[in-house]
Design a protein around this ligand. Sequence first.
Ligand SMILES: [Zn+2]
Length: 328
Amino acid sequence: MPDKIFPMASMNTWRTEAVASFFEGAGLRLHRCLAPGMVCKGTAIRSHSVQNSRVLDLLARDGHVKGVGKRIEGDAGPVIRFEDIGRNQATTFTGFCSKHDSEIFRSIETEPFRPSDPEHLFLVAYRAVARELHACMEATVQIQGSYEARIRRGLDGGNEPEPMGMFAVEYMIKSWLTYRYKCCFDEALLLRKYDKVSHDVFYLTHASPSLAVCSLYAADDVRGNDDWVRVALNVLPLTQTESVVVFTYLPQDAALAKASLAGVLNSPSFSQKYLLSKQILNHCDNFVVAPEHFDTWSPEKVDTIVDFFSETLFKGNLSAEDERLYLF
Ligand SMILES: [Zn+2]
């Protein structure tokens, strides 16, 4: 999800030649491998950002989970709604070649997730970071392509500031900032210094697993010195009755992020789940819901959730309160 569009003012903060170099060397090519250094020539495969064999296993019914689909449908325009997604497609992205995908994520793909293991905690966050970089780059390519098509059709001139061109530049900057953020994780991964990032970990209990999340986003209205304060969020069902929630931060973001998330981190169970629901709906698009849990939601509740989620796409972070936004 485009959580927040980075402002044009950011362009003045960064050397434009560095941004240009990123896109010439690595950026505007999809299906490239995002392994550290981004020099791998392998073609990225479609792989899960949420573990398929155990986590999605706890959510899926008849091989499907529920996810939010976004598409343009003829005269209806943008349509956003929950729909069935095959578990083999759910939460996937083309971020790493086969070799790097299996090398980097082997421990969390072949073993049950261990919330006490620094490597496991790091890797689920790393996957959220890589998935967000991929989403930013993909959006940049699509927007830039649309702008170039408008120029070819004579709708835009291409030689002066135009809305679609400005939009493309904003996304290029967002991709660059996300790439720069990922480089911090790359360094920690290469050195196997998993304690270079910190986490808040807590558990949710439930009658049955409700959802899974793997996402990187900007904390509510919080800026550091030269970038938004970012948070990686993973919500992973461990058993039928327990899920783990992992928030991950870079050292320079931790204090501000924790302050922003104080309500989620410190509230009692019901409030915590409600505030976590709002974090997910405000900031994350990479989440899936268990169909059995989804079937317990009334049509009004589904409409409320979809409307809230849709509005965040166009208006950013929303503060409206409604108990029907409770996802658990
Ligand atoms: Zn690779």
